[in-house]
Write a protein that binds this ligand. Structure first.
Ligand SMILES: [Zn+2]
Length: 420
């Protein structure tokens, strides 16, 4: 079966699917098709139900807020987005990976360009919304100011400006799941995945089980934000040195500077490396995924902190994963299987410098066909004292290091602070 046929929509007994949409037809989605016209638009409108060709709604994780706004009378039901001047500041793709159905299964490669590639359907009245937005920004970080002060970075007026801000292209990506492809990534049957997602969301999306003819799901989960240092087009050129970090959200550290983990220091170190790489003629990428607390959520995370610090013997590296498992039932729910999709969307073929020690991330990236050169670990001096428990436990569990892998005795003697 050729890749562009893999995602072809199944025949429906409920709705008439057509690739030649008239004002009342439901457009077909042929996931992985070579062009946007053949692929068809993703439509999650709640207004014209006959146009819908997905389970769920646009901006899935904000759907309940939208419902509240409508219920409270703040938002007119059926509001159509005015997309004037919202087009990407930098075009991304299309790249060959876009038309390989199984290369990208969890985002819509055409999601940034809907205003252009589906102009005709928009004019016909279809409510097609971008699931990706591309813009420009300047970012100010105290760690980068410090790197300039210590002369690790130099202002060049292009990547790093006189006020110590870095120029970036930033991209927000919302999830769009081709259910068949997602199921295959996890080696489960599509039917089982649909049933379990229906059950575990408390029956929130009955169409998952009643409408097997609809192959696309807009899940109510966080997406990703990309920060690109240098020219985004260079990401697809394996000849240009790419420095990249794929980072999973940790609000406590990333934003508030909590010192029990290495998240912010590693993130800002990666940004410094990205800037350095871009200034040397390369390109830098931070792919930030909204998977707070290993996708277990912040409440679970804080409960685990208490359990770690209150256990007999106090917080120690040898019990690090065990305490998470006691509270959450698993050590981690981030599942890096879908993470490389965004790299393929950007056309990435090779990451020369991967600023990550995670074996799960490394395996997912290389397993998806992207070459990885050097792996860059967090410098020891950037690990907060109370985060030694985390980093030592992770290294012992298989995280990349060029240093010593701690043994059982070393893990047991790596202690964290008490609760106060
Ligand atoms: Zn963290």
């Amino acid at each position: 079966m050729s890749s562009d046929k893999v995602g072809e929509a199944r025949t429906s007994k409920h709705i008439r699917l057509t690739s030649h949409p008239g004002p009342n037809a439901t457009p077909v989605i042929r996931w992985g098709a070579a062009t946007a016209a053949e692929r068809g638009p993703v439509i999650g409108t709640t207004t014209h139900r006959q146009h819908r060709n997905v389970v769920g709604t646009h901006s899935g994780s904000y759907g309940v807020y939208r419902a509240l706004a409508v219920a409270a009378g703040n938002l007119v039901k059926g509001h159509r987005a005015d997309l004037t001047n919202t087009a990407p500041t930098t075009p991304i793709g299309p790249y060959p990976q876009w038309s390989d159905a199984h290369k990208i299964v969890s985002l819509d490669p055409w999601g940034a360009a809907v205003g252009e590639v589906f102009a005709e359907q928009l004019a016909q009245g279809y409510d097609i919304r971008p699931t990706i937005a591309v813009t420009q920004a300047h970012v100010h970080l105290p760690e980068i100011k410090q790197a300039i002060a210590f002369q690790r970075l130099q202002i060049d007026g292009k990547i790093l400006l006189d006020d110590a801000s870095a120029t970036v292209t930033k991209i927000a990506v919302e999830p769009v799941w081709w259910i068949e492809g997602v199921a295959k990534r996890f080696n489960v049957s599509e039917a089982d995945l649909r049933r379990v997602m229906f059950e575990e969301t408390g029956g929130m999306y009955p169409e998952l089980v009643t409408r097997s003819d609809i192959g696309i799901f807009l899940p109510p989960i966080g997406g990703q934000t990309l920060y690109i240092f240098g020219n985004p087009r260079d990401l697809a050129n394996p000849e240009v040195t790419l420095t990249a970090r794929v980072h999973d959200e940790c609000n406590g550290s990333d934003v508030f500077g909590s010192d029990i983990c290495t998240c912010r220091p590693y993130l800002t170190h990666a940004i410094e490396e990205c800037i350095k790489g871009a200034q040397a003629g390369g390109v830098g990428l931070i792919a930030y995924s909204r998977k707070e607390g290993r996708a277990l959520g912040e409440v679970t995370k804080f409960l685990v902190y208490n359990a770690r610090k209150r256990q007999v013997g106090g917080d120690s590296a040898d019990k690090y994963f065990l305490r998470t498992e006691c509270v959450a039932g698993v050590q981690d729910m981030r599942f890096q299987e879908l993470m490389p999709d965004v790299l393929h969307w950007l056309g990435v073929k090779k990451i020369h410098r991967l600023v990550s020690m995670s074996n799960d991330k490394y395996d997912a990236i290389t397993g998806s066909g992207i070459e990885v050169g050097e792996r860059v670990k967090i410098p020891d001096e950037l690990v907060p004292a109370d985060a030694k428990v985390e980093i030592e436990a992770k290294i012992a569990a298989g995280y990349f290091t060029d240093g010593v892998v701690p043994d059982a005795a070393a893990l047991a003697s790596t202690k964290g602070r008490d609760l106060v």
